[in-house]
Design a protein. Structure first.
Length: 347
């Protein structure tokens, strides 16, 4: 009888602890959301009017392609495309979804076309070969209005792929990109530049080019090419889908600090891996201290620990390319940053 009473009491205590913990987490999450809302007021988002077209400015365009990356770089009339969003011919049947190729092409023709309607991209880069980053490139290159000076296309490393990637047809995705480039006669560059180079007034530098040689790294996410952009004294980091669990985030942050100086802080961070749980660690954020974080996903799909890290560790303003229907970050010559949203309202 005593044992039954003890067991019942233990269950009651356990229930109170669990329910109490859940209530505390819920209240904590509400408090973090309120704090995040206050942080967002530091950088107002203006509606985009596209008055800038042809003005030769420097901008980074985060297109709304759902929970996928498609980022257009622009500086002094030069353009480049980092990732391409979901495509319509996803080789992963279980993940088949509508592609964004038409949206991407309409946008390129609106903001990057010359007076003849032709679009020239200095380079295109697939940060890695997951379909949410690389799937749209074949259709983009197939369009006769698009010309690409260089197609950055790293060799595919299958030695370090994760088990679940075996059925993701990464080779098919890369093969489609290569085939589309060869069909148009666009030069393919497999050995990416390991030194900074210019795109108009932007300085571009690639990181994580030696991922295939690092035995700790596993899978295409950790093979992501990371792109650091500096312009007019400001900085943007496009972090692909890198993760914290393998130490890659800390490695990239350390390399950036070594090159830029210990006092360096980041202005804009494209949050790694769409805000999913194994990315955007406190150590990564403490090292780079980003002022503005942009997630290529819905705000509601950011994992709680990532949201908490951004709000509390780095006090970053977090902006969603999906919620805002695309975001443009513009850099004035005096270093001032301005943000505009709603970039797909007219297309």
């Amino acid at each position: 009888m005593k044992r039954k009473k003890f067991s019942k009491r233990a269950r009651n205590i356990a229930t109170i602890i669990v329910v109490g913990g859940m209530v505390l987490i819920f209240l904590f999450d509400i408090a973090v959301n309120v704090w995040a809302g206050l942080l967002e007021r530091r950088y107002p988002l203006l509606p985009e009017t596209f008055d800038f077209i042809g003005d030769g400015g420097s901008r980074v365009h985060f297109l709304n392609t759902g929970n996928s990356d498609c980022i257009l770089l622009e500086s002094r009339g030069r353009f480049a495309l980092v990732d391409s969003g979901w495509g319509s011919e996803n080789p992963i049947e279980a993940s088949r979804r509508p592609g964004y190729e038409e949206r991407v092409l309409r946008y390129l023709k609106r903001v990057a076309a010359d007076e003849t309607g032709a679009v020239t991209l200095d380079f295109i880069l697939s940060t890695h070969y997951h379909y949410d980053h690389a799937g749209g490139f074949p259709a983009v290159m197939a369009d006769p209005a698009i010309h690409v000076n260089e197609v950055y296309l790293r060799p595919l490393n299958t030695a370090n792929r994760r088990y679940f990637e075996r059925n993701w047809d990464l080779g098919v995705t890369r093969g489609r990109i290569e085939g589309a480039a060869r069909a148009r006669g666009f030069p393919i560059v497999e050995e990416l530049p390991d030194k900074p180079f210019l795109l108009g007034g932007m300085t571009i530098q690639f990181f994580n080019l030696d991922s295939y040689e690092n035995p700790r790294l596993k899978g295409e996410n950790d093979n992501s090419v990371v792109v650091l952009i500096t312009v007019h004294g400001r900085s943007v980091l496009l972090a692909g889908d890198i993760s914290a669990s393998t130490g890659l985030e800390q490695q990239i942050a350390r390399q950036i600090k070594e090159g830029m100086g210990d006092a360096f802080t980041l202005d804009i961070l494209k949050i790694p891996h769409h805000g999913y749980t194994l990315s955007t660690s406190i150590a990564f954020l403490n090292a780079l201290r980003p002022k503005i974080a942009i997630v290529t996903n819905d705000l509601g799909k950011i994992y709680p620990n990532v949201k908490w890290n951004l709000a509390l560790a780095s006090k970053s303003t977090t902006i969603s390319s999906v919620h805002e229907n695309g975001v443009i970050v513009a850099f004035a010559t005096d270093g001032k940053i301005s943000l505009c949203a709603g970039i797909h309202l007219a297309n």
